[in-house]
Design a binder for this molecule. Structure first.
Ligand SMILES: *Cc1c(COP(=O)(O)O)cnc(C)c1O
Length: 326
């Protein structure tokens, strides 16, 4: 199985704010990696798909909310690389599919809805999946594509940045992307993860758990880029999680955020999603204006994708359905 490594543009962001504060800001457009397997999900799925193929498994089973970028990406990847896909979806089924689930079904994914309480209990949830789908001999991918192979795939993100930077920023839902990035950094580079869930200490704990597993298990054979294994002493100091920009939690928003996303798109011609990348970029600009980032700093923001999620927001607005992102 061959994965073409995509060309991922690194855009320069220059506007009144970056100029005023003397910041060099770039955005790595991993949202352009693939039309449907967008952003960090491409990096998280890649090594998992290779592993599934190596094991001769042809069904992928995974989990997600009804608007999940990961569900959309897995469905698309299954179609493109010849896997059957099963998506276990959190919450009730509605008579009309939202754009995410509609896309998933069109891509051939079989959907199975489970209650929120079952979804929450991962032991029970996995038991349910194993019992119901044992005949499919599936390859299980956890929610968000966040497992060890997912983290190892994200170690390749920074290979696409061909300039010196001192900060690299991403939005964090499970912390797998941030962990991969941390493991790929050089001295004098620092990763900042913007936590988008309202749960104090959550991402910090998750990342610490991932990092503890490295470098022992580290690089799977499928990682053809041979990222160097970085020193333990470095991975304790080269990252932080910022919890100030979750806007009240997953799916929560306000007018300030909406206005910012609109302003950013109009000024810099880069669209952002309102669940992840909008919050990260809002945070970066706020930290620039508060001079937490200092004059002369070079910041690379990772556009992790998620644009399909904005369709879900429009869908909800039109339907005025009493649905929630979580
Ligand atoms: C899934 C997702 C994230 C979160 O990535 P984690 O590895 O779970 O932290 C960030 N941004 C976007 C757009 C996503 O779809």
């Amino acid at each position: 199985m061959k994965f073409e490594h995509p060309y991922i543009p690194l855009h320069t962001i220059k506007d009144l704010i970056t100029e005023k504060y003397g910041i060099s800001l770039y955005i790595l457009r991993t949202d352009l990696t693939h039309p449907q397997i967008s952003g960090n999900k491409w990096f998280k799925l890649k090594n998992n798909l290779i592993e599934a193929k190596n094991k001769n498994i042809n069904t992928l089973l995974t989990f997600g909310g009804a608007f999940s970028n990961h569900i959309a990406a897995t469905a698309a990847a299954g179609k493109e690389y010849g896997f059957k896909t099963i998506g276990i979806i959190r919450g009730e089924e509605y008579s009309e599919l939202n754009p995410t689930l509609n896309f998933a079904v069109k891509s051939g994914m079989k959907l199975d809805y489970v209650s929120r309480s079952l979804y929450k209990d991962k032991t029970e949830l996995y038991k349910y999946a194993n019992t119901k789908y044992w005949e499919d001999k599936f390859y299980l991918i956890p929610e968000g594509g966040s497992n060890e192979l997912g983290v190892s795939g994200c170690m390749e993100i920074s290979n696409h940045i061909n300039l010196d930077f001192n900060y690299i920023c991403c939005a964090s839902g499970t912390g797998a992307t941030l962990s991969g990035i941390i493991l790929s950094l050089k001295k004098n580079q620092k990763a900042v993860g913007f936590q988008i869930l309202k749960a104090s200490g959550y991402i910090k704990n998750e990342v610490n758990t991932w990092l503890l597993k490295y470098p022992k298990i580290c690089i799977p054979k499928s990682n053809e880029n041979n990222n160097p294994i970085i020193e333990n002493s470095l991975i304790q100091i080269n990252w932080e999680v910022n919890e100030n920009y979750h806007f009240g939690g997953y799916g929560k928003t306000n007018n300030g955020l909406k206005d910012f996303i609109k302003w950013f798109q109009q000024t810099n011609n880069v669209p952002l999603d309102f669940l992840y990348t909008g919050k990260m970029m809002f945070g970066i600009y706020d930290m620039i204006e508060k001079e937490i980032f200092k004059r002369g700093d070079t910041i690379v923001a990772i556009h992790t994708g998620g644009m399909q999620g904005n369709l879900g927001k429009d869908f909800l607005a039109i339907k005025k359905q009493n649905l929630k992102f979580q």
